[in-house]
Design a protein around this ligand. Structure first.
Ligand SMILES: Nc1ncnc2c1ncn2[C@@H]1O[C@H](COP(=O)(O)OP(=O)(O)OP(=O)(O)O)[C@@H](O)[C@H]1O
Ligand SMILES: [Mg+2]
Length: 257
């Protein structure tokens, strides 16, 4: 079943076409990767899918409902959660409190409003505390639950952000470069986390430059280059696709037109 349907999405910034009439689908229960060289339009596309930006053209339907025109909070309520390329945790809150903010946000508040309200909410709502603890265990980082966001190692910060996104009870999880800044051990943990998330019934769309991770976790890959989709298919096909190889070689050799 198609959970997310992206159709002809276009986003221009002045003369630059950052996302150029991109269409693809994400099937429920799968992990799909969105890859492409730096500046290909991956984060811009994520922003248009999650209410942080509005495309000039196109439609995005989630389980049949149009998402374009909805505010980020409404997109979360519809069942779509995301993380950002730059981690956005509250440094002065512990890991478990950061995740509780996600659970509170699900009840209709933005992250910031939920954070302000948290001390009272914690007393009122033992349920979101239990849920946050469960998610930290699911991700395998419960030993860090009492550590302040600002004191967490980079790799753990990324995983806490995933737990916080999961606390909004999404059906679709969008991750923007979750392996950035992770060492090999942390990346291996992230890979098993992604499988556990998928196996718990949550569909995943992941932007990532770590090709080892992409090839291992993806059921399907969609490739952008300079805003446009240049390939889509299973990892073994994408790996050998001449247009994909050329796009990545072009990135390494900027003089080569
Ligand atoms: N708000 C903006 N205003 C103007 N140009 C923008 C804006 N956001 C992105 N761009 C441009 O759009 C293009 C796509 O950027 P985007 O950040 O989506 O790429 P990306 O695929 O996520 O790259 P990376 O892998 O480096 O994160 C780039 O040329 C970028 O400079
Ligand atoms: Mg990006």
């Amino acid at each position: 079943m198609t959970l997310l349907k992206v159709k002809d999405v276009t986003r221009r910034f002045g003369g630059l076409v950052a996302v150029d009439s991109v269409s693809f689908e994400v099937h429920e229960g799968t992990i799909k990767a969105l890859i492409g060289p730096n500046g290909a339009g991956k984060s811009t596309l994520f922003n248009t899918l999650t209410g942080f930006d509005r495309p000039d053209l196109g439609s995005v339907t989630f389980d049949g409902t149009e998402l374009i025109g909805r505010a980020p909070r409404a997109v979360v309520r519809a069942g779509v959660a995301r993380t950002f390329q730059n981690t956005q945790l509250f440094n002065q809150m512990t890991a478990v409190e950061n995740v509780m903010v996600g659970a509170q946000a699900h009840q209709g508040r933005g992250f910031s409003a939920a954070a302000l309200r948290l001390p009272r909410a914690m007393a009122e709502d033992a349920e979101s505390g239990r849920e946050a603890a469960r998610l930290l265990r699911l991700i395998g980082i419960d030993e860090w639950s009492g550590t302040l966001g600002g004191d967490l190692p980079a790799g753990i910060r990324r995983l806490v952000e995933i737990a916080r996104a999961l606390a909004t009870s999404p059906r679709l999880l969008l991750l923007d470069e979750p392996a950035a800044g992770l060492n090999a051990t942390e990346t291996a943990e992230l890979i098993s986390t992604l499988f556990r998330v998928r196996d718990s019934g949550i569909t995943v769309l992941v932007v990532e430059h770590d090709m080892g991770l992409v090839m291992e976790v993806s059921d399907e890959i969609v490739v952008l280059d300079r805003g446009a989709k240049i390939a889509e298919g299973p990892p073994r096909i994408i790996q050998k696709d001449p247009a994909v190889i050329a796009a990545y070689l072009g990135e390494e050799e900027p003089d080569d037109e």
